[in-house]
Design a protein around this ligand. Structure first.
Ligand code: PGA
Length: 253
């Protein structure tokens, strides 16, 4: 049995006051049992979030990205995976489409960052997914498998035993138009088979999350699929009650 994982991607949102209120609301709430919750705030707030959720059962903190550089040095503006681990973070998102497309990160760059996260002892949440154009052209699976292959060739497939993969179709991110549960289920099955071709045990263990306009009112439809092991939540994760409602829906499956 794979334990459901719900990751909150705050993107570039938050202020100190918001962090304090958010953490206070989580601490006062009942966290659904049997699921893992990961809060990924912007880097400047990671320390506060990590301290804020300390001792709160299965709630951990994660980063949204990290440097490709593994060793300290002259890398102005960069934050290494080791620094994130030092802060007490447990997870790091890597290869989000807003990094791939907005910041020119190639599959090879994402694979190197994935390896850096592994080397620092953190668990990666690897984002994969196709654009609307790629889906229309019938290339969705081809794009996703190339994104996976780059990581597997660089870091091996066994690492997925303690990582997560988030399938996030680019056309569903922040648009309010989530994929249908059928589309998600089909791609999640394809992703698991793609990993299984390299490492069957890792494929059984890896949590595959759906991401793209997940809300409290559509989350349960996704979690009903045996291959959807959780969600990567953007917009809705900024409201603690919504994140908890999504987590509760995951817990019920
Ligand atoms: P969204 O974002 O839930 O706002 O669509 C998801 C993501 O980009 O991780």
């Amino acid at each position: 049995m794979r334990r459901p994982l719900i990751a909150a991607n705050w993107k570039m949102h938050g202020r100190l006051a918001m962090v304090a209120a958010y953490v206070a609301e989580l601490r006062a709430a009942e966290i659904p049992a049997g699921i893992e919750l990961v809060l990924c705030p912007p880097t400047p707030y990671l320390d506060k979030v990590t301290a804020g959720v300390a001792g709160l059962g299965e709630v951990a903190s994660g980063a949204q990205d990290c440097s490709i550089e593994e060793t300290d040095g002259a890398h102005t503006g960069e934050v290494s995976a080791e620094m994130l681990a030092d802060l007490g973070c447990r997870w790091t998102i890597v290869g989000h489409s807003e990094r791939r497309r907005g910041h020119g990160e190639s599959d090879a760059v994402v694979a190197a960052k994935f390896a850096a996260i592994e080397a620092a002892g953190l668990a990666p949440i690897l984002c994969v997914g196709e654009t609307a154009e790629e889906r229309r052209a019938g290339r969705a699976e081809e794009v996703v498998v190339a994104q996976l292959r780059a990581v597997i060739e660089h870091a091996g497939a066994d690492v997925f035993a303690h990582a997560a993969i988030a399938y996030e179709p680019v056309w569903a991110i922040g648009t309010g138009e989530a994929a249908t549960p059928e589309v998600a289920q089909k791609m999640h099955e394809f992703v698991r088979e793609s990993v299984a071709r390299h490492d069957r045990a890792a494929a059984e263990a890896v949590r595959i999350l759906y991401g793209g306009s997940v809300k409290p009112d559509n989350a349960a439809e996704f979690f009903a699929s045996a291959h959807v092991d959780g969600a990567l939540v953007g917009g809705a994760s900024l409201v603690p009650a919504d994140l908890l409602a999504i987590a509760a829906a995951a817990g019920e499956n």
